[in-house]
Design a protein around this ligand. Structure first.
Ligand SMILES: Cc1cc2nc3c(=O)[nH]c(=O)nc-3n(C[C@H](O)[C@H](O)[C@H](O)COP(=O)(O)OP(=O)(O)OC[C@H]3O[C@@H](n4cnc5c(N)ncnc54)[C@H](O)[C@@H]3O)c2cc1C
Length: 449
């Protein structure tokens, strides 16, 4: 017998349950909370498996130790209170479409003790915003031996391994000065945005670790960074001009980029390529693609594409259920020019959250709901200390506007600021910014512990 929260729904207003408090879900909950929730037109409930929100595009900075994740996390429970919605912690385990309920797995604390039992939660409207997981493409050993960058915990695991390896390399140099050292080898599989940004940030981190903490470390030779890509160029999904710029920057940073390189298997300390080479790798990170979260395959009757994403129509409604919506990385939506799938990106998550907040308010008022249409506003890639590059798109411009240097770097920073302002408003965002700035000045330049 499951505990049920359905009976607690004594308020007769409709209940909108949003599952997943990431870039898409938290923005939607905030907008709906301040609209329908505040006006008591609907009860807004957000469910997430974690107690805090973290903006995923910053994960490579956590992995390279350049930021402390705790300074950038938003506490769901407090944020819910300030923005007129309710927060529930737990992982979605099932949907009972006949009873209009979701099943939430039991929630445990950090010591593994049960905080909340397995339970159900009734909904009138359900929005799935579960994000994506790493797609290992069935490559042998990849899931067991490669690290991934999906969550703060995973980024922290990578950082800890990196710092330990650098410490060992530094001590080895001190112990036997002048002796040839064995570099720490980091292999990044996939030269999309995540792989390129991580490779660039790592070289900068090694430099800072040497400057501020381990004088005996040689950042150029004590860490070997390899970036393996199956396509003929880095950033294969972006315009060639950005790829070429990234290629130059990576060469300047001494990153060993191997193009047209297919990975065949991943071992505990090796990566084997399809052309027969076995590369030694102390730390291997998989950044080569995403797919829908496995839980979606267990939810009976949801239409999924071959990547396990929920197929939605032009209003983000699930094809066979007008009370269930999906958005962000977990949704397969063809609402961009040329009918290509909307890409799994933060700007798509933001645009869908803005759209769905308006669409669900219209639905409450029985007003017509227009179709969602995705506008590609361009892409920016950060090279860490080496700046940024990208292309901005606008209806006023006939083609993409390529930018780089400080202007591109400040546009890149602006994306995160815009996300925080959208969630918290300008005043609170300014306070967060000030706190982050101050904390940055009283902590090591690379997080060591
Ligand atoms: C390292 C990295 C760098 C990136 N850089 C960029 C970039 O520079 N620009 C860009 O546009 N995009 C970037 N992206 C992609 C971008 O982060 C995603 O497209 C965006 O976060 C998708 O938003 P979302 O809300 O769909 O999913 P997410 O932001 O991933 O949120 C999903 C939420 O669902 C929760 N959840 C998952 N499963 C369950 C469950 N069973 N029950 C309850 N809750 C659950 C998670 O805890 C999470 O809070 C990057 C991604 C990564 C990993």
């Amino acid at each position: 017998m499951l505990n049920s929260y359905a009976q607690q729904n004594i308020d007769s207003s409709p209940r909108i349950v949003i599952v997943g408090g990431g870039a898409a879900g938290l923005e939607l909950a905030t907008r709906l909370g301040n609209g329908a929730g505040k006006a008591r037109r609907a009860q807004i409930v957000l469910l997430d498996r974690y107690p805090t929100h973290f903006w995923k595009p910053l994960l490579h900075e956590v992995a390279s130790g350049q930021i402390d994740a705790s300074s950038h996390q938003i506490d769901f429970a407090a944020h819910a209170k300030w923005n007129h919605f309710r927060f529930e912690q737990g992982a979605l385990a099932g949907i009972d479409r006949d009873r209009r309920e979701i099943v939430i797995d039991e929630t445990k604390d950090v010591d593994g003790r049960v905080l909340l039992p397995r339970r159900t939660l009734a909904f009138d409207t359900l929005v799935l915003a579960l994000g994506s997981v790493t797609n290992f493409f069935s490559i042998s050993g990849a899931a067991d031996h490669a690290l991934t960058l999906e969550t703060v915990d995973q980024a922290e695991t990578f950082r800890r391994r990196l710092v330990s390896s650098l410490l060992r390399a530094s001590h080895a140099r001190q112990a036997t000065p002048g002796a040839a050292s064995t570099p720490v080898s980091v292999t990044i599989i996939g030269a999309g945005a995540t792989g390129v940004e991580l490779a660039s940030a790592l070289r900068g981190s090694a430099q800072r670790v040497r400057d501020d903490h381990m004088a005996s470390l040689d950042p150029a030779t004590d860490i070997r960074i390899r970036l393996l890509e199956g396509a003929p160029r880095v950033l294969p999904a972006l315009p060639e001009r950005i790829s070429a710029r990234a290629q130059d920057v990576l060469a300047g940073l001494g990153v060993d980029v191997r193009l047209g390189c297919r990975v065949q298997s991943v071992g505990a300390e090796t990566v084997a390529t399809a052309d027969g080479e076995t590369l030694a790798s102390d730390i291997t990170i998989w950044a080569a693609g995403v797919e829908g979260p496995p839980v979606l395959r267990q939810l009976a009757g949801l239409p999924l594409n071959r990547l396990g994403q929920v197929i939605v129509d032009g209003t983000l409604q699930v094809e066979n259920d007008s009370d269930i919506y999906a958005m962000g990385d977990c949704a397969a939506c063809t609402a961009s020019k040329g009918e290509a799938l909307v890409p799994p990106r933060a700007q798509a998550a933001h645009q869908q959250a803005v759209y769905l907040a308006d669409a669900l308010m219209r639905r409450l008022d029985n007003r017509d709901v227009p179709h969602f249409s995705y506008r590609d506003q361009g892409t920016l890639i950060s090279f860490g200390d080496a700046g940024a590059a990208g292309a901005l798109m606008s209806e006023l411009l006939r083609g993409p506007l390529f930018i780089e240097g400080w202007f591109a770097a400040s546009c890149y920073r602006h994306l995160y600021r815009r996300h925080i302002i959208g969630l918290t408003g300008i005043r609170r965002a300014a306070m967060y910014g000030a706190i982050q700035w101050l904390r940055q000045r009283v902590r090591p330049t690379v997080k060591l512990n």
